[in-house]
Design a protein around this ligand. Structure first.
Ligand SMILES: C[S@@+](CC[C@H](N)C(=O)[O-])C[C@H]1O[C@@H](n2cnc3c(N)ncnc32)[C@H](O)[C@@H]1O
Length: 237
């Protein structure tokens, strides 16, 4: 089978599985992401939005079987990328698929990981999925809970908007106009997440402006608890 006919098969499968998201999406390796992952000697990689696995495969090649790779996307995409990585000899992969229900996303499996783990799981979070505030603002806060201090959070497409997207612009994918207001379609929603939530946080410092930020403290670290402990309350202090 040629690469072209293989891709057509994948696009057809995605079109059948999900009418709420474009099926014909090709994305390249994010080289700044891979270079930064390598430069900071990270081992545990989480990617939110994996598409066909270009960046994930490059990270896997760098890790060479060490560390861990967490894949988040619709089930059909994490299945595809998991298989791709395994076919290339990499088994250090964990996949977290979400359904194609309109309001579902990788935030749901992330909540389960938070429920089941009290220690950080990730050194690097590449947030390259929905690119919209209603999903990725929450993804940032959830990923932060599982990101080690010293770990990195990486946002792709700071300047992107639904309105200028070659796959999601309303004239190409009419559902975008059903799901979002004109203001939201024109807005740069990744920029909104980075500017309002990451840049304003004293717990993150810049590594690459508008893209990669390093976590320097956990939420609440160094702050005095406002609620007195049980012992303080019993002793009337
Ligand atoms: C830009 S592509 C990811 C490219 C990939 N990071 C790479 O480097 O090749 C965006 C991905 O986000 C996924 N995505 C968008 N909305 C989603 C949602 N609500 N739940 C799960 N995945 C979603 C899409 O299926 C798509 O694969």
């Amino acid at each position: 089978m040629t690469a072209d006919s293989e891709l057509t098969k994948v696009f057809d499968m995605r079109a059948n599985a999900n009418e709420n998201y474009p099926s014909r999406l090709i994305t390249n390796i994010n080289t700044q992401t891979v270079e930064t992952f390598v430069r900071f000697n990270c081992q545990r990689y989480a990617e939110f939005g994996v598409n066909l696995g270009s960046t994930a495969l490059e990270i896997a090649r760098h890790l060479g079987g060490k560390g861990e790779i967490y894949l988040f996307d619709f089930q059909y995409n994490v299945d595809y990328v998991d298989e791709l990585l395994r076919a290339n000899g990499f088994t250090n992969v964990r996949k977290f698929g979400s359904s194609t229900k309109l309001l579902d996303s990788y935030n749901w499996p992330l909540s389960n990981l938070i429920k089941d783990n009290s220690e950080p799981l990730f050194d690097y979070c590449f947030i390259d999925g929905a690119h919209v505030w209603n999903i990725d603002a929450l993804t940032f806060f959830l990923a932060d809970r599982l990101l080690a201090v010293g770990g990195l959070v990486d946002f792709d497409d700071y300047d992107w908007s639904l309105g200028t997207s070659p796959t999601l612009a309303p004239n190409i994918f009419p559902r975008t106009a059903e799901f979002y207001t004109d203001e939201q379609i024109a807005d740069q929603q990744v920029k909104r997440v980075v500017d309002l939530l990451v840049k304003t946080s004293p717990r993150y410092e810049v590594v690459i402006e508008n893209k990669i930020y390093r976590k320097i403290a956990h939420d609440g670290a160094g702050q005095k608890t406002l609620r007195p402990s049980l012992w303080q309350r019993l002793l009337g202090r």
